[in-house]
Design a protein around this ligand. Sequence first.
Ligand SMILES: N[C@@H](CCC(=O)N[C@@H](CS)C(=O)NCC(=O)O)C(=O)O
Length: 191
Amino acid sequence: MKLYFNPQSRAVIAKWMLDETGAKYDIAPIDLQKKQNRQPEYLNINPAGKLPALVDGETKIFETVAIGLYLGDKFPAAKLAPAITAPERGRYLSLMVFSTSQLEPALGDALGKVETMPQRGWNDYETTKDLIERELGHGPYLFGNWFTLADIMIGSMFIWARMMNAPSGRPKIESYVDRLIQRPLAFKPPS
Ligand SMILES: N[C@@H](CCC(=O)N[C@@H](CS)C(=O)NCC(=O)O)C(=O)O
């Protein structure tokens, strides 16, 4: 497998997921300043010209969530994703997709001080945080004691917010972030 990577990008999320699987892979560095991500060679892998992307033999995957879903299924022994037949599977898929389709744009609205228009498909950030707090329940992870790739996807959004000096303001979410960044393979905000 080859991960197209730049440390100043969402590719750090894909790298964390890959590292948690324990799989061997190569890093293909992409220089965003030099716009290597906009060269035809790379557009052939990710037509949107964005990082990350993963290549596994003949398989090319772009979108961070898609990479996570692929890895969770490819490495069942790592137990980072419920099996297709498991009762937790539906909630897992939902939370994975929710991370970038609702949480990320809600956070983006809040950081950009833009009023959320629910007709665009996501709720405002405060409502979204309420949902995450409910989903966390008593924790420590979204599936209780079971750490999954959904924790990486959801948690990364809040780690990123902390890196932007915009912590969630929710003690429950921030202690979740503390737990996640204590994991040895997680990317971390500078201390
Ligand atoms: N929804 C996409 C977002 C990807 C994305 O926006 N990547 C940024 C880096 S974090 C990028 O490649 N920007 C460079 C550019 O647009 O030229 C995903 O999760 O993969």
